[in-house]
Write a protein that binds this ligand. Structure first.
Ligand code: FPP
Length: 258
C-alpha cells in the first residue's frame, strides 16, 4: 500500500499512535490579549511552540505533522499582522532549516505558496531542497492554504489531464482524483487537533480529514506542550475508527470460530 492511499479500517486504535497529526494552531491572539501584549507577541510565542511540537512529534514517533500556519483567509487580517506573520515565517525557516536537517525531518508545503512573498518562497525552497532526502519524519506547513481553493486547483489540474488524455473520464475514482490534491504524496491525517477551545474546522483538510479523529484542546497554542500532544494521542488511541462500518463488524473474530 502506498503511503498516500486510504488506510484499511483498523479493528480499533489500541495503543496505536496516529501516523499523521494535523494541527489548527489557534489562540495566539487571545494569549497575547490576556497579557495585554500586541497580537504579534502571541504569534512570536506561537513560533516557539511550533519548534517544541516538531521535536515532540519526532520524539513520540509520529511520522507526519501538518501545521495550519497561514490560511487563504488570513490575508484579510490587518496588514501589520500579515507582515509580521510573513516575517516570522521567514525567521523560522532561516533559523530552523539546520535543525530540520540535523533531525532528519523533511519539509513539505501545501497551499498556493507561489503567492507568498518572494523572500519567504526563497527560504522555503532552500529548506525543502535541504531536507528532501529524509523519509522518517515529515513536517507539512499549510501556507496560503484553504481546502476549497485546493479543490478548485485540483479540479482544474484534473480537467487539464482529462483534456490532454492523461486521465479517463470513466475512471472517476477518488484514488485518481486525490492525486491532484496538494497532498497527493501525503497520507491522510489520522488525528486533527485544534487548540484554544474553538470547535471549527476552518477550511482545513476537509477532504483528507474525512475519517480523521478530532480533538479540541482548550489550551491556547502558545501554551500547548508535548504533554498536551501526548494527551490528544491518548484520546485518539481510545477512539474506535469505524470508516462507515458498525462496531460489531470491527470486532475481531474469536479464534475458535475461525
Ligand atoms: C491563529 O491564532 C494563528 C494563526 C492565524 C497563525 C499561526 C502562526 C504561527 C503559530 C506562527 C508562524 C508559523 C510558523 C510555522 C513559523 P489567532 O491569531 O487566530 O488567535 P486568536 O483566535 O486568539 O485571535
Amino acid at each position: 500500500m502506498s503511503a498516500a492511499s486510504t488506510p484499511a479500517p483498523s479493528l480499533s486504535n489500541g495503543s496505536a499512535l496516529p501516523g499523521h497529526v494535523a494541527i489548527i494552531m489557534d489562540g495566539n491572539g487571545r494569549w497575547a490579549r490576556q497579557r495585554k501584549l500586541p497580537r504579534i507577541e502571541g504569534h512570536r510565542r506561537g513560533v516557539e511552540t511550533v519548534r517544541a511540537i516538531i521535536d515532540a512529534t519526532r520524539e513520540l514517533g509520529i511520522r507526519y505533522l501538518t501545521l495550519y500556519a497561514f490560511s487563504v483567509e488570513n490575508w484579510n487580517r490587518p496588514q501589520e499582522e500579515v507582515g509580521a506573520l510573513m516575517g516570522l515565517l521567514e525567521y523560522f525557516l532561516k533559523r530552523e532549516t539546520k535543525t530540520l536537517v540535523k533531525n532528519r525531518v523533511r519539509l513539505l508545503t501545501i497551499g498556493r505558496t507561489h503567492e507568498l512573498p518572494a523572500v519567504v518562497r526563497t527560504q522555503l525552497e532552500a529548506a525543502i531542497q535541504a531536507t528532501a532526502k529524509f523519509t522518517d519524519h515529515t513536517l507539512v506547513l499549510a501556507l496560503n492554504y484553504g481546502a476549497r481553493t485546493e479543490v478548485v486547483d485540483a479540479a482544474r489540474a484534473y480537467a487539464a489531464a482529462l483534456a490532454a488524455g492523461r486521465e479517463k473520464l470513466n475512471d472517476g475514482s477518488w484514488a485518481t482524483f486525490r492525486r491532484y490534491l496538494y497532498t497527493a504524496d501525503i497520507p491522510d491525517p489520522d488525528l486533527v487537533i485544534r487548540t484554544s477551545g474553538e470547535t471549527r474546522v476552518s477550511n482545513f483538510l476537509l477532504l483528507q480529514g474525512a475519517y480523521a479523529e478530532f480533538v479540541f484542546s482548550p489550551v491556547l497554542w502558545p501554551d500547548f506542550t508535548k504533554a498536551d500532544l501526548a494527551a490528544a494521542c491518548a484520546e485518539f488511541a481510545r477512539r474506535e475508527r469505524r470508516y462507515g462500518l458498525t462496531s460489531e463488524q470491527l470486532k475481531p473474530i474469536p479464534a475458535a470460530s475461525k
